[in-house]
Design a protein around this ligand. Structure first.
Ligand code: SF4
Length: 346
């Protein structure tokens, strides 16, 4: 089957929200080279193919999460030996943000292991958002489910992106999480979109799902009323003590196919390589960039699992002629609030 028979009018209707499962599965079934050619062609239409956006992720509250996500070492239900940490102080978060900026990151993502933020936590996370923005970084948070009001509060504070993953297909979802529904996730994404923030939403592959589930997850993301601006694709990191500790490896070419299909279905979105990069060699990274990945998490830790050292990423970018994407954020105010500076320098 050729690409033309899979996608009707591929050049005139790149951005679509009406993908059928059959169409997505047909993309997965394309010969590998045809799939990558189409993904790279669309990538060049919407992005500089030699630029990659770099984000840093910091865990601002670690472990003791009441949810039961089967892949996650932060769930209180699994004995993974993870050290639990309370919500970080604002000034410590800002120190990390400064270091991330110095290392070349343009976006600073803060993640808390919560089912959803409590109202008493909101002033702290709002202060973090304001402080990180004043450093001239884009801000992103992942705090669990949000109410409409919480989304509005974060948007008002200047939060640029909110991350909330769909994780997998609706059909496979119940095998992975039972403490919140797929619809709960879609509702949070609606609240984020309605608040005016940008959406970061993707999923995890290699959790024992079928290819049809990977197709189903991408179908859900692409058929949202507006594509997520960022689409993180995570490879399962098997953590001892979690229910998925003994999952089989996902074939590397299948992972690249997921990236390429995501690029084709959401051509104007940043497709991000996220968890699992530690297991990927340079060649796999290069293939993922060719397939349309144009964003990575950078730094030593990705929440609680290892991530390739920043130096290795920079060395590979040098070999491939890739530059990091510059920030299109308006500059921070000339005269940031004294309150922020007091906190940051204390
Ligand atoms: S993925 Fe998030 S919500 Fe699920 S257990 Fe881990 S920290 Fe909690």
């Amino acid at each position: 089957m050729s690409i033309a028979t899979v996608i009707a009018e591929p050049t005139s209707r790149d951005i679509r929200h009406n993908w059928t499962r059959e169409e997505v599965e047909a993309l997965f079934a394309l010969p590998f080279n045809d799939l990558l050619f189409e993904a790279q062609s669309l990538h060049r239409k919407y992005f500089d193919p030699n630029k990659v956006q770099v984000s840093t992720l910091l865990s601002i509250k670690t472990g003791a999460c009441p949810e039961d996500c089967a892949y996650c070492p932060q769930s209180t239900r699994y004995d993974t030996g993870l050290e639990v940490e309370k919500l970080m102080e604002v000034q410590k978060v800002l120190e990390q943000a400064r270091a991330a900026k110095a290392a070349g990151s343009t976006r600073f993502c803060m993640g808390a292991a919560w089912r959803s933020p409590k109202q008493r936590d909101m002033p702290h996370v709002v202060a973090m958002v304001k402080g990180v923005r004043e450093l001239g970084l884009e801000t992103c948070m992942t705090l669990g489910m949000l109410t409409e009001g919480q989304a509005a509060e974060l948007a008002e504070a200047g939060l640029d992106y909110y991350n909330h993953n769909l994780d997998t297909s609706p059909e496979y979802y119940g095998d992975i999480i039972t403490t919140r529904t797929y619809q709960d996730r879609l509702d949070t994404l609606d609240h984020v979109r309605d608040s005016g923030m940008k959406i970061c939403s993707g999923g995890i592959v290699g959790m024992g799902e079928q290819q049809g589930d990977r197709a189903g997850m991408l179908q859900q993301l692409a058929n949202l009323s507006q594509h997520p601006e960022s689409v993180p694709i995570n490879m399962l990191v098997r953590v001892e003590g979690t229910p998925l500790e003994a999952e089989d490896d996902l074939d590397s070419f299948e992972f690249i196919r997921v990236i390429a299909v995501a690029r084709i279905m959401m051509p104007a979105s940043h497709v991000r390589l996220s968890a699992g990069r530690e297991e990927m060699n340079e060649q796999m990274h290069a293939l993922a960039y060719f397939a349309g990945a144009n964003s990575i998490f950078y730094g030593e830790k990705l929440l609680t699992t290892p991530n390739p050292r920043a130096n290795s990423d920079m060395a590979l970018f040098g070999k491939l002629g890739i530059n990091t994407e510059e920030l299109a954020l308006e500059q921070p105010p000339e005269d940031p609030s004294p309150q922020f500076y007091d906190a940051a320098r204390a």
